[in-house]
Structures are given as C-alpha cells and as structure tokens.
Ligand binder design. Structure first.
Ligand code: ZN
Ligand code: ZN
Length: 309
C-alpha cells in the first residue's frame, strides 16, 4: 500500500493501482461481506428520522444489516424491526449507552434482548439523570444570559447534548453545533453539568446480561490512547471496537484494528447517522470490503435472529 502525507500532516493511504487481484483461498462462493452499518440514531434520541425512516434510508443505500443504536433507550427498536422485516434487511436490536471513566465514553450494545429487566431498569435511571442534567444546563445557561427554552421542546425522544447544541444555534448564540459544544457545553463552560453516568464495567455487564455484544463506540473521541484503555475495557468484558467511524482516519482504523486483533475483539463499522441533524454523514459510509469487517458481518449473521415480543 502506498502512502503520501495529507493536508493535515497525516498519512493518506492509497489503494495500489493496476495490480491484479489475488484470489483469497479462504474466499467462499458466497461473499458475506456486504455493506452494513451498526451505529444509527432515530428521533427516539437525537436523530431526525423516525425508526422506520432510518431503516428505509439505510436499505435504500444498499445496507443489508443494521443496528438502531439510540442513546440510552430502545423505544425505536420495535418499529424499526417491523420495517426491517417488511423490507427484508437484518436489524440488530441495539443501544448506545453513556459511561464515565476516566472521561465520558460511549458503549454500543449490539443485538440485545430489549426486554431484559436489569437493562430496562438501568435505562430508567439513565433517563432520570439525563432529564436532571438538561434542566440544570438550561438553568445555568439562562443565568449566564442565554435563554434556550424557546428553542427546545420539539424533541420526540431522549434529549441529548446535541439537542441542546441545536437549541443554542437556533437561538443565535452559536454559529453551529460544534461552536455550541466548544463555547457553551464542554467542561468549564456555562452549559456544563454532569449528573453522573454508569461505570463502564456496569454498562458492559448490563449489555452482556441482556445477551448483547458491548462495543466501544468511536474510541478516539476524547480518548487519545486506546492502547491503554482498550485492554482495561477488554478485561471488563468488552467484546468489540468500532474501528470504522466518520471521526476516524484510515490510519486510525488500522491502529484500532491491530489493537482489536491483539485483544481478540470484533471490529465494527458505523456511520453514527443522525439524519438531518448531522448532514455530512450518510448510512453505510464507513463500511469497507475488508477481511476484518467480513468477520464482523459473519459473526452477527451467525447469531440467531431476535424476535421482538
Ligand atoms: Zn456516541
Ligand atoms: Zn452515536
């Protein structure tokens, strides 16, 4: 593989040209590595599309296996599942949960039993913490002279910090959501409040208890050293790394894949699609026809399909 140095001083990996493709002896007649996307949000959290719309949009892009991973809730799974069954694509019931240690980190719970009592109880606790946090942030911003209350309230599901950022933009206080996070919502700013989160080992235990596969989402966001954290999370029972995500360069994905190989973890791909709320992202965009993602697809395909009661 050739490399050159890109605009930001990072190596850019280029595919070799005009090289005949060598047949992989392990390749079977049926190539199971077709596009999939295991990180998608609906309006049950901070996406803009209904769960059924997410499934239709994803399927229209040729993605045949997907996971709806709304933040701290599974409200959209039943609707998504019935749409997926209608269209004929495989849906993994899933979730994205917040954890804290030593910084905020997100863990996807893929292919979970959405009726697991311990999980649903924990989600109620998380929802209460979130509502308290949103209320305190709104009050703190008001005290600092930024009234976002008129620009909130249209949300149909769990209100996340992205929703608060969008309210700051609508109110004319921030130029875009990135600006809102940097100037208002991050630690040390008037719109920061932490109502507490689960420890990662608790989240991992909850997901595994619900029969699911815990995967560290977008591992480099706020965590520059996955070499240190991934082994600790793997000790706790983590089963995968999201090695392909819009926030990761090709080089990052290679590093994460090699960490996953050492720790015997699955590597997943996800777009973190939020519909119109993140316009530069589209479903399936992080899928690659690479062996590591072929293994991931085969792993999930081999699991019995969950029935939603
Ligand atoms: Zn996340
Ligand atoms: Zn996400």
């Amino acid at each position: 593989m050739q490399t050159r140095i890109g605009r930001h001083g990072r190596p850019v990996f280029m595919k070799p040209v005009n090289k005949p493709k060598r047949k992989n002896p392990m390749e079977t007649e049926k190539n199971t590595n077709q596009p999939f996307d295991l990180h998608l949000h609906s309006n049950c959290s901070d996406g803009s599309d209904t769960p059924a719309e997410v499934v239709r949009t994803v399927a229209a892009r040729g993605v045949s296996m997907l996971a709806l991973t709304d933040h701290d809730n599974i409200d959209g799974v039943t609707e998504a599942m019935s749409e997926a069954d209608k269209i004929g694509v495989r849906l993994l019931p899933a979730i994205e949960m917040d954890a804290e240690w030593p910084h905020e980190l997100h863990i996807l719970g893929l292919d979970i039993d959405i009726n697991d009592k311990k999980l649903t109880d924990a989600l109620e606790t998380a929802l209460k913490r979130r509502s308290l946090r949103n209320q305190v942030i709104t009050e703190q911003l008001l005290e600092a002279g930024y009234d976002i209350r008129p620009f909130l309230g249209g949300e149909t599901g769990v209100v996340t910090r992205l929703n608060l950022a969008m309210a700051l933009v609508k109110g004319g206080f921030a130029t875009d959501t990135r600006d809102a996070f940097i100037r208002f919502l991050r630690k040390g700013c008037p719109g920061y409040y932490n109502a507490g989160r689960f420890a990662p080992e608790d989240v991992i235990k909850l997901i595994r208890g619900a029969g699911g596969v815990p995967v560290w989402a977008h591992p480099l966001n706020g965590h520059p050293d996955p070499h240190k954290l991934a082994p600790l999370l793997a000790e706790m029972g983590l089963m995968g790394l999201e090695g392909f995500h819009p926030s990761l360069s090709e080089g990052d994905s290679q590093v994460l894949t090699s960490i996953a190989r050492q720790l015997n973890l699955i590597v997943t791909c996800g777009s973190d699609y939020h519909g119109a709320n993140r316009k530069d992202v589209f479903p399936g965009q992080t899928w690659r026809d690479t062996p590591v993602l072929g293994e991931c697809r085969a792993y999930f395909e081999a699991r019995p399909k969950r029935k939603i009661r």
